[in-house]
Ligand binder design. Structure first.
Ligand SMILES: *Cc1c(COP(=O)(O)O)cnc(C)c1O
Length: 233
């Protein structure tokens, strides 16, 4: 059993090695520690070990943690990773710096509407789905450009890149082309030069596949189990 600090150092080391293999800009991959189902003390340990970004899946759970942690750790960036229901958008916009899981124009409109109330520009990623059998959420590749063009017109919302959740139970040989495809799609969107849209972030890679994701161009990885251990739920 390793400490959270040791786990983080191990993950950072593996990330760095993957960056060096990748051929993409060295040192530019950010780590989001996924803290869903993780208690406050363990999260504080992660902060003490240098974590600056945390990711949550459910707004309700994140709100409780945010009210306890944000007064003590105001510099921490909060990432929303899970499917976002429209009735939770108000509180989500209040606490999250980056929402990774935007998968419809309708949801983006509601985000814009809520963000406008406080004058916030809410940064978002568009969730892409290229393994429809396994993942319910995300925009299909064929509709992606149109969705991005429509979301780009919404006030108080800014697209900063793409996110994907790779299929589970797929080995490295199956995953690599998926990650590569998303990187290609992000380059195509970049070259389309859609006004106000940035493809700065490519959020892909979790505990089981982050090295492959980085090798294929991920620059934001979301890691829970490899830092905090297996979740009980
Ligand atoms: C839970 C989760 C993660 C982290 O998964 P691990 O396998 O524990 O690293 C990353 N991204 C999303 C969207 C998640 O729901």
């Amino acid at each position: 059993m390793h400490s959270i600090k040791e786990n983080i150092q191990n993950v950072l080391g593996r990330m760095q090695a993957a960056v060096e293999r990748s051929g993409y800009a060295a040192g530019s991959v950010a780590l989001v520690a996924v803290t869903k189902n993780v208690g406050i003390d363990a999260i504080k340990e992660a902060f003490a070990a240098g974590i600056t970004d945390i990711g949550e899946n459910r707004v309700q759970e994140a709100l409780g943690k945010h009210s306890l942690l944000s007064p003590l750790f105001p510099h921490i960036k909060w990432h929303m990773l899970g499917h976002l229901q429209t009735n939770k958008v108000g509180p989500a916009v209040r606490i999250f710096d980056l929402i990774h899981s935007v998968d419809s124009v309708y949801l983006a409109q509601e985000i814009g509407r809520q963000a406008k109330k406080t004058g916030k520009i809410q940064e978002i990623l568009i969730q892409v789905n290229i393994s429809r059998e396994e993942n319910k959420f995300g925009v299909d590749e064929g509709r992606l450009k149109q969705v991005i063009e429509d979301v780009a017109k919404i006030e108080n919302v800014k697209i900063r890149g793409l996110m994907t959740i790779a299929p589970q139970n797929t080995d490295e040989r199956g995953l690599r082309p998926i990650f590569r495809k998303i990187k290609e799609i992000s380059a195509i969107i970049t070259s389309a030069k859609i006004s106000g849209v940035s493809m700065q972030y490519l959020s892909m890679g979790m505990s089981g596949d982050f090295e492959t994701a980085i090798e294929e161009g991920a620059n934001l990885v979301r890691i829970g189990t490899a830092i905090f251990g297996e979740r009980n739920i």
